[in-house]
Design a protein around this ligand. Structure first.
Ligand code: NOJ
Ligand code: CA
Length: 593
């Protein structure tokens, strides 16, 4: 197929014009997610820690990102890898101390990197002081009112208060006397408490004034320590519909929610015009209007600090017009774009989700964000190597169909180049710059994701994307720890991905990321524009857009494309066999000479 793109100016339909007005850092930042337990282990116990992050922070500078977001490092029994917080103002000894945190943040500042921390307000750990107080104070106490305790249904309260299911599988309610007993624990009443996730993650009651006040004080605690922002966990979950009505749907984090009464459906990655592709969470426990009041009050707290501090919503909400409500002018600054992450490798589908994302965010004056991987989904280098129809599995186990690794990486590199050229802010997950796949043959005995047990071993869960990352090909644990310990075993395939190999190899995935980030900055793409090259608007095989003076073209499953004379490829996701030929599953950045 020959591209007729004229060398002076291609035919484009403008979707988005360059950003004007104040250019706060978060409008175009590339933000690198550090998953502390798997980044770098300084003390050799096999679990990554904050001192390890500090030691390896130069890697982020070398890569060329603007900020890092750290998944939780707070005091926690680690029932959900730290998303079960026992004390929001302390660091878990597993990860270090507050001094270690301050040293890490100081080094980040020195390197000109912003720091975003994770805040988990929907639930605490059952080890949190408040929950312990709630248990011992008993039914009807003000201590219980900080959580969602209810009497059961049935003649003797033997049935849960409603039929909600936990996102990790099984009922969303646990009865107190089923977990504790009078003789050993001194607790034996028959109230039930709500936990949308694990039984060790009781949901807080956001109608309780003390809960609201304490979280504002937690925000201040970390803002005073100089953090630049917060990533808000389950930002769409804190307010539940009045009366907690029954609901027959079922929600999972990645696969989305079923319609009322239906059996589980998986998103097929094909978005509607509104950007929704089935990946959103709905039901009386999600996206209730009342949640916005919380963000309006947090916005006011953030505003009292200098330096454009930011709130980022982790909210699996569709359609995108509903998601955009979280980033209205007086609420948060950004929301993760999971509809983009769950869209299949198809030009028409991608064009639809990009259109809806930019349109809805433009409506409220917020930057659009882009993301392909994180600690909850199969890494895109593996996901994109799966046969169609298995788009967004919750983990890949050794007995599941295995991805085509080479195809996955080729597509992942193309998808990344495309993402990094889109206007707005982008999120990278540690290791993706090394071309890292999931561990897809992990032995089940190592699995730690609570969903693995709660779903009765029917889904592999999220351990495969959380395996410690490789730094040096020839060191124990590939340089992750000094002793060779690693809380999850690393697969042999990680050797070739090790950072030292990647950095020494021309055309490695790392060097592609590095070059993309440099060009993105030089051409100001993050604050740039988006115009579709109209020649391809109706094809499912090619996606082509222009941002400022760069044309970004991806061949998604079609015949090779011949670029016109007078154009020059400045970056390609795969080696090119001829200077102007773009093969299948390749993305190129082009300039006109
Ligand atoms: C979203 C987090 O990203 C995930 O890892 C966690 O399990 C749930 N929220 C519950 O906190
Ligand atoms: Ca450690």
């Amino acid at each position: 197929m020959a591209l007729t793109l004229t060398t002076t100016s291609p035919d484009v339909s403008i979707l988005h014009t360059p950003h004007s007005g104040p250019a706060q850092w978060w409008r175009n930042a590339v933000i690198y997610q550090v998953y502390p337990r798997s980044f770098a282990d300084a003390n050799g116990d096999g679990i990554g820690d904050i001192a390890g992050i500090t030691q390896r922070l130069d890697h982020l500078r070398e890569l060329g990102v603007d900020a890092l977001w750290l998944s939780p490092f707070y005091k926690s029994p680690q029932a959900d890898a730290g998303y079960d917080v026992a004390d929001y103002r302390q660091i878990d000894p597993l990860f270090g101390t507050l001094d270690d945190f301050d040293a890490m943040a100081a080094k980040a500042r020195e390197l000109n990197l912003k720091v975003i921390v994770d805040l988990v307000p929907n639930h605490t750990s059952d080890d949190h002081e408040w929950f312990k107080e709630a248990l011992s104070a008993g039914p009807g106490s003000p201590e219980r009112d900080r959580y969602m305790f209810r009497d059961g249904k049935g003649k003797n309260g033997e049935l849960p208060p409603n039929n909600w299911q936990s996102i990790f599988g099984g009922p969303a309610w646990t009865r107190v006397d089923q977990r504790w007993n009078a003789s050993e624990d001194g607790i034996a009443d028959q109230q039930w408490y709500l936990h949308m996730f694990d039984t060790r993650q009781p949901d807080l009651n956001w109608d309780n004034a003390e809960v609201r006040e304490d979280f504002e004080s937690i925000l201040r605690f970390w803002l005073d320590r100089g953090v630049d922002g917060f990533r808000i966990d389950v930002a769409h979950g804190m307010v539940k519909a009045a009366g907690l009505p029954d609901w027959n749907g079922l929600t999972s984090m990645v696969e989305g929610t079923t319609a009322e009464g239906a059996t589980q459906i998986k998103t097929d990655g094909t978005p509607n015009e509104d950007g929704g592709n089935g990946g959103g969470n709905s039901g009386p426990m999600f996206d209730q209007d009342g949640v916005h009041e919380i963000y309006r009050s947090w916005h006011k707290v953030m505003e009292t600090y200098d330096g454009d501090r930011a709130l980022v919503a982790e909210a699996w909400v569709e359609p995108l017009s509903r998601l955009a409500m979280y980033v209205r002018e007086d609420e948060m600054q950004q929301a993760f774009n999971f509809s983009y992450l769950t869209t299949k490798w198809d030009a028409a589908a991608l064009r639809t989700v990009i259109n809806a994302s930019i349109r809805e965010n433009d409506n409220v004056g917020a930057p659009t964000t882009w993301v392909l991987s994180n600690h909850d989904v199969v890494r895109h280098a593996s996901r994109m190597g799966l046969a169609t129809g298995e788009l967004n599995p919750n983990g890949i186990g050794k007995n599941d169909p295995q991805p085509d690794a080479a195809l996955g990486l080729r597509r992942a590199r193309a998808a990344t180049l495309q993402m990094l050229a889109l206007p707005g802010s982008a999120y990278l997950y540690q290791g993706e710059e090394l071309g890292l796949p999931d561990h897809t043959t992990l032995d089940d005995q190592y699995r730690q994701d609570p969903a693995w047990e709660r779903k009765g071993h029917t889904e592999a869960g999220r351990d495969g994307c959380r395996v410690p990352i490789p730094w040096e090909a020839d060191s124990p644990a590939y340089g992750f720890s000094t002793t060779g310990q690693s809380w999850l075993p690393q697969p042999d395939t990680y050797k070739a991905c090790a950072a030292d190999v990647q950095k020494a190899t021309a055309n490695s995935t790392f060097s592609m990321y590095q070059r993309a980030l440099k060009l993105r900055r030089e051409h100001n793409l993050g604050l740039g524009s988006l115009g579709w090259v109209t020649e391809f608007e109706h094809t499912g095989e090619v996606l082509a857009f222009e941002n400022n003076n760069i044309i970004v073209l991806t061949n998604i499953g079609g015949d090779a494309i011949e670029l016109p004379q007078g154009t020059r490829v400045v970056l390609s996701s795969a080696p090119m066999h001829s200077a102007l030929t773009v093969e299948r599953d390749v993305c190129v950045w082009i300039v006109r000479d």
